[in-house]
Write a protein that binds this ligand. Structure first.
Ligand SMILES: Nc1ncnc2c1ncn2[C@@H]1O[C@H](COP(=O)(O)OP(=O)(O)OP(=O)(O)O)[C@@H](O)[C@H]1O
Ligand SMILES: [Mg+2]
Length: 347
């Protein structure tokens, strides 16, 4: 007779390679059912964007099929994202908050934020995207979101685009009027964008920061416990130096660095397929080794990525089969995996 305990014992030998613990210890095994020689159970992953889902499912199945008496094993896979930090006071339904920053302007923070947010939503996660670039809020354009969010009671309801909940001061500002922000105004605006918006239940809230290490960055790190930060850089030395300033600012504020993304890493010629390293290559990875922080991946320089942003159809949506979309999905998965690791460590 096969018992539930036999199944559990077998699954306690199956490791989640990313989290370094077995499925039973991680609390990932649910609903074990045994019907003579047939076993079924559910594996609850820590993120729907899990890069190893198929591998874990296969390993769990094999382990159970090795139990004497088991002839058939059905492994259902679902996911439940875990919060990696303390409970959010200002935004209680949000499990994880991830800031995307860099010391330098124009390196592709917003492009990364937008495509990663959509990739996570496509994987099945509940995702929000907050445009905290109050100086040049361009997320609405990049996400093809027009119109104005409406109020519901005391709160503002975010717009939604490509399955991602969106909020930006860009929805409220007129394009032709520049805003001059002073320190306290920056703080107030950002706290409103966080706390007065009906975010609802979110697995990940991605926060697109303005360039630099100024008021906006400080306000965010002080207003909410950030799960972590992603640093975007291009491969040139100047950009890297600035990126490292951004990285050190987060470290000083005790915000974990989830990883570095190298954008505009190389140019793949559409005619001859030759790869040219316009700004050099590999600087992001070297920097991640130097600072002992994870490297999440690299994205090529490609006109389609710019056009996708300009036209409000990010490449992950406009050309999902392209290698560039794949690069963004890989980064999204790597990022989700880092958040899961922090969540498991925090337990
Ligand atoms: N990999 C890429 N290939 C081609 N163009 C890109 C790539 N990444 C970003 N761009 C383009 O470069 C410009 C700057 O990108 P983006 O706005 O994402 O940078 P940013 O770091 O958010 O800038 P800012 O500091 O102004 O907020 C945009 O026009 C964008 O479409
Ligand atoms: Mg930007």
């Amino acid at each position: 007779m096969v018992t539930e305990a036999d199944v559990r014992k077998a699954l306690s030998k199956v490791m989640d390679p990313e989290l370094g613990k077995d499925l039973v210890t991680l609390g990932m095994v649910r609903d074990i059912e045994v019907e003579r020689s047939k076993v079924s159970f559910t594996v609850v992953l820590t993120t729907p964007a899990c890069p190893l889902a198929a591998q874990i499912q296969g390993a769990a199945r094999e382990a159970v099929l090795r139990v004497p008496g088991v002839r058939e094993a059905e492994v259902r896979v679902t996911a439940q994202v875990r919060p990696a930090g303390p409970k959010q006071e200002l935004i209680p339904g949000v499990k994880n908050t991830i800031a995307v920053g860099s010391g330098k302007g124009g390196v592709g923070k917003s492009t990364v934020a937008v495509n990663v947010a959509i990739a996570l939503a496509d994987a099945g996660a509940k995702v929000g995207l907050l445009d905290a670039d109050i100086y040049g809020p361009n997320i609405p354009t990049m996400m093809g979101a027009h119109g104005q969010p409406e109020g519901a009671g005391e709160k503002i309801v975010p717009l939604e685009s490509y399955g991602v909940k969106l909020m930006s001061l860009g929805f409220f500002l007129r394009e032709d009027t520049p805003v001059i922000w002073r320190g306290p105004m920056v703080m107030r605006a950002i706290q409103q964008l966080l706390g007065e918006v009906e975010w609802g239940e979110l697995d990940y809230l991605i926060i697109d920061l303005p360039p630099g290490t100024g008021d906006a960055q400080l306000t965010i790190s002080q207003s909410i416990p950030l799960t972590g930060a992603v640093i975007v850089t291009t491969p040139q030395d100047v950009a890297l130096e600035d990126a490292m300033k951004g990285l050190m600012m987060f470290q000083r504020m005790n915000v974990p660095i989830l990883g570095i993304v190298e954008n505009m890493s190389y140019f793949l010629c559409p005619h001859c397929q030759k790869s040219t390293e316009v700004f050099g290559h590999g600087g992001g990875e070297r920097a991640s080794r130097r600072f002992s922080v994870p490297f999440l991946g690299e994205i090529p320089l490609d006109i389609k990525i710019r056009v996708g942003g300009d036209e409000g159809r990010p490449i992950v949506k406009s050309d999902p089969k392209s290698p560039h979309a794949e690069a963004f999905r890989k980064i999204a998965s790597a990022l989700a995996a880092k958040v899961s690791q922090l969540a498991v460590k925090a337990q």
